[in-house]
Design a protein. Structure first.
Length: 177
């Protein structure tokens, strides 16, 4: 495994851990420190930016997904405002390179579709058991990233998302205990 790939995996895994921990603090532990939520949000904003800056191949995935989350109203708390806000401020001030706008739009649209489907699932509007299980797993972004990676040979896209998800799911599972 190359050093760059290992760094990408570590950065995206840590980002996933922190993003989900901010979710937990914002949603399940509302009495937790506001400064902690904002600090952790800013930390994941910096990690998002650094990862996009260092690995421009995933810029379209990260930026598109964040735009999709904003457009669906999923960025809705101080910790996430801080993280996403700092991410975009750093992008504007320090710049980034090599964004494929077609992929950015695709990832944003897939994220929006997935969030809409998940909202329907959360409201128990989906009666079909199989469809319910598929939607609750939220596979669209991962499938899209896999297809893009397979078609282009840019496996860092799928690996970055997979690593982020591993961190995110780890915290989600630890929070259930």
């Amino acid at each position: 495994m190359s050093q760059d790939l290992l760094i990408l995996i570590i950065l995206t895994f840590l980002t996933g851990l922190i993003v989900k921990y901010v979710d937990v603090l914002e949603d399940d532990r509302k009495n937790s420190s506001l400064s902690l939520k904002i600090t952790l949000g800013m930390l994941y904003g910096i990690l998002l930016f650094y990862t996009v800056r260092r690995f421009d191949v995933i810029a379209s995935l990260w930026i598109g997904t964040v735009i999709g989350l904003i457009l669906t109203g999923k960025i809705d708390s101080p910790g996430h405002y801080a993280g996403v806000g700092l991410f975009f401020v750093l992008l504007l001030l320090l710049g980034f390179s090599n964004v494929n706008f077609l992929l950015l739009i695709l990832f944003a649209l897939i994220c929006i579709i997935e969030e809409i489907l998940n909202d329907y699932y959360d409201k128990k509007r989906i009666k079909n058991r199989l469809m319910s299980k598929i939607i609750s797993a939220r596979p669209l972004l991962e499938i899209t990233a896999f297809i893009i990676s397979a078609a282009t040979g840019l496996w860092m896209i799928w690996i970055a998302l997979l690593s982020f998800d591993a961190g995110y799911i780890l915290v989600a599972n630890l929070d259930k205990d």
